[in-house]
Design a protein around this ligand. Sequence first.
Ligand code: NAX
Ligand code: ADP
Ligand code: MG
Length: 279
Amino acid sequence: MQKIDESILSEVIHKRPDISYKGNYGRILIIAGSTHFGGAALMSARAAVNSGAGLVTVATVPEKFTAINVDIPEAMTIDYNNLQDLDESIQKNNVIVIGPGLGSSDSTVNLIKTVIKNISDQIIIMDASALTMVSEKKIDLNAIKNLILTPHQGEWQRLSGLKIPDQTSKNNLKKINSLAPNSLLIVKKHLSEIYYQNNVYQLLNGNPGMATGGMGDTLTGIIAAFVGQFGFSLKVVSAALYLHSHIADKIYQKDYVVLPTKLASKIPQTMQKFACSKK
Ligand SMILES: NC(=O)C1=CN([C@@H]2O[C@H](COP(=O)(O)OP(=O)(O)OC[C@H]3O[C@@H](n4cnc5c(N)ncnc54)[C@H](O)[C@@H]3O)[C@@H](O)[C@H]2O)[C@@H](O)CC1
Ligand SMILES: Nc1ncnc2c1ncn2[C@@H]1O[C@H](COP(=O)(O)OP(=O)(O)O)[C@@H](O)[C@H]1O
Ligand SMILES: [Mg+2]
């Protein structure tokens, strides 16, 4: 198993060219949140904005618009129950996050199907409730060309049928090769793993202070912004995963628990540090 180390950050994070504008740094659509899980949409969007995404739109329930506009004025909002707005937004964004805080419902199943129907070569990051509903309804993922799956071990158990003690790298590889062979899979846990093109990569950082609600939602926003501005590759996703745990480790030196909102607030300064350290 290959290891992911700190050098990945300066390899991936670039200084921005002077002649550039927001359209060069990714258009991200985050389909997330519901009545009881508004925070998941907020945390994903905050992380995407703070990780340098050029434009971020949150598709959610209208009752959460005010909270999002107040907390993240950089992000736009649309109603995911308005199918015309949603179809248009799916087509015009190049990275789509689907799942955080959607809840296990028929509405989530419809949102997944709407995304699959409307995409061409967009990058899809599927997390949380979207993964749960894909498992429950056995939704075929093979139509998605650029797919990143980010289950924690419980979600991966549902998706793969592998109980946690059986989630060995050999078994995980076999399962992802039958479920979605072209996808990039991150199994989130202590020392998370990436499965991609028949290889396995392991993260060596991260800490138990990260075991708090919203930490995975935050990761989806970082990955979305990274692939939106640096392109979809194993290196870019590895850098996003590493950065998330790297900032968490810095916070954990002083704080007993790593708050996702605090982690997100430190992303811009940490990215600048690694962009400037590049030779
Ligand atoms: N503030 C918010 O709005 C939040 C919303 N959330 C949303 O809540 C919904 C349910 O997600 P949950 O993940 O809480 O619940 P799930 O029911 O999907 O997963 C939790 C289950 O997985 C098991 N499990 C095994 N290994 C695990 C691991 N390494 N990490 C986590 N669980 C593991 C647990 O024992 C439990 O049975 C999702 O839509 C999620 O996005 C959460 O992200 C928490 C914060
Ligand atoms: N003990 C731990 N050590 C390292 N990383 C952890 C630990 N606990 C949680 N994490 C990380 O925190 C994130 C939790 O994601 P997830 O369970 O999806 O959170 P949520 O759905 O609440 O946002 C993952 O990236 C996971 O690897
Ligand atoms: Mg999660």
